[in-house]
Design a protein. Structure first.
Length: 488
């Protein structure tokens, strides 16, 4: 514990939803829910307007729609959230070299290490200045907690929500904590909270009065000792600037269970590629490949394979994930797939044999494709060894296969129609005539777009055919203009 409240905790207010409201003027002051929009989607963030209806993060999206049927339901736009987070984290690093990010929208800062605060007055001034700088740079609000420890700073920021600042003066910790629910303390979840409630302990003050020995008897030594110290407001954990990542992973939950083994393999390959992109983005390589499969009955299986050395090669991760999938029974259907890499390192010492095999396979495939193209261009070169005779079933030009170079066709001989373009609610678009906007909804071959952008008045709504050639997906626009003025 410090004698001055020089540990700052910043928590951006309803971050994803606030970003969406800032970028979509027509949604300001409205209930906004961000998350997966499919039947199995969950809420990532709800705006404060939506929370009044009982909507909260981690809630099934179907339940949220029942509670708040008139809310705006949007897909997450992580590229934009990441860009805004980088601006916020940059402002924090101007205050101190010791910044400990917990997520895109939350971090601890050691103000004393940065020489920006040494007492209550300078800490409060720094916190207020930070909130103003964040508002100017992003148009968003954040809540700030200041205290002599990380635990108390986090409690303070939670109490300050939304868009506030709370400083806990050293010496007042127990008085402040006493009336709060035990669920306020880190590590006290629903199970522990219910266990304490049955013992007649519902507030932090009652937790402190119970004493260390009683808490150890109730919940075990390690947890009991920690609970008692937190109830007294004691926390000596330092702010750590670099938190070593232990793993990198990606996963997808599917709206409908997957049964087709080919489709499942394709999804695993796609997840492996996304995982490698994230792995490389973090500047790491990894040695152990992990496959996660949640089946139709909610049973979850994990399989792993450890390579000879760390890698960040897509082909190596794809092949390892495919081998792991072969050992999993997916007969009844799959509702979730995930691919991860653990045993991270900041250097690469790939399995050279695996890489060479992958490279040879890719080279062979390219050579075969090139040879086939050249043969077609020359009007028919020799077929590969073992090819069926011309006219035989499955042979080029034979029954069941179109001639080489022919376009696929339907029963009428016309080309197959292109698949219908999909427009997810909340995604960015650009129209050749009307400019930038976002998708409000789509269906029955139509897509509805509201044309507005950060800083503009609420825009007009127009409807187009989903295949309209003048409508294209677009990158998100910045929340604040290049001049740095607040456009919200």
């Amino acid at each position: 514990m410090r004698a001055a409240p020089t540990i700052l905790h910043l928590d951006m207010d309803a971050f994803y939803a606030s970003v969406e409201q800032a970028s979509k003027p027509s949604l300001r002051g409205k209930a906004v829910i961000v998350g997966g929009l499919g039947p199995r989607g969950v809420v990532a963030t709800a705006s404060y307007e939506a929370r009044r209806f009982g909507v909260h993060s981690a809630m099934p999206m179907a339940q949220a729609r029942r509670l708040c049927p008139n809310g705006a339901y949007l897909i997450p736009r992580f590229r934009l959230y990441q860009a805004v987070s980088e601006v916020v984290m940059g402002l924090l690093r101007e205050l101190s070299p010791l910044v400990e990010p917990l997520s895109l929208d939350e971090a601890f800062v050691d103000l004393e290490a940065g020489g920006t605060a040494f007492d209550s007055k300078s800490a409060r001034e720094t916190g207020e200045r930070l909130r103003a700088d964040i508002r100017a740079a992003t148009g968003l609000s954040g809540s700030v907690g200041l205290a002599g420890s990380k635990m108390l700073a986090k409690v303070a920021s939670e109490e300050a929500k939304p868009a506030g600042l709370l400083l806990i003066e050293p010496g007042t910790e127990r008085e402040l904590l006493a009336p709060m629910s035990v669920r306020t303390l880190p590590g006290v979840g629903p199970v522990t909270g219910e266990h304490l409630r049955r013992a007649g302990i519902t507030t932090v003050g009652e937790l402190a009065e119970a004493g260390e020995d009683e808490l150890v008897r109730m919940v075990g030594r390690s947890h009991g000792v920690g609970l008692y110290r937190m109830a007294l407001g004691l926390d000596d954990r330092p702010v750590v600037a670099e938190r070593d990542a232990k793993s990198v992973s990606v996963e997808d939950t599917f709206d409908v269970d997957l049964h087709d083994r080919v489709r499942i393999r394709t999804e695993v390959q796609r997840l492996a590629d996304r995982c490698v992109q994230r792995l490389r983005g973090s500047g790491h390589s990894g040695r152990t490949i992990v496959l996660k499969v949640r089946r139709y009955d909610f049973s979850t299986l994990t399989r792993s394979e450890t390579l000879r050395g760390p890698t960040d090669e897509p082909a190596v991760v794809r092949e390892a994930a495919a081998r792991l999938l072969e050992a999993v029974d997916t007969t009844g259907g799959v509702r979730l797939l995930g691919v991860g890499v653990t045993g991270l390192a900041d250097y690469t010492q790939e399995d050279l044999f695996a890489q060479s095999m992958a490279a040879e396979a890719e080279a062979a495939a390219e050579a075969a494709a090139q040879e086939a193209a050249e043969a077609a261009a020359e009007g028919g070169a020799a077929e590969p060894a073992g090819a069926p005779e011309a006219g035989a079933p499955g042979a080029p030009g034979g029954p069941g296969e179109a001639p080489r170079g022919a376009e696929p066709s339907g029963a009428s001989g016309e080309p197959e129609p292109a698949p219908e373009r999909r427009w997810a609610a909340g995604s960015d678009v650009l129209h050749a005539v009307y400019g930038p906007g976002w998708v409000q909804g789509s269906g029955v071959g139509r897509v509805t777009v509201r044309f507005e952008q950060p800083g503009s008045p609420p825009g007009r709504v127009r409807t187009f055919r989903v295949e309209d050639p003048e409508l294209e997906p677009s990158d998100p626009l910045p929340l604040v203009g290049e001049a740095g003025a607040d456009t919200t």
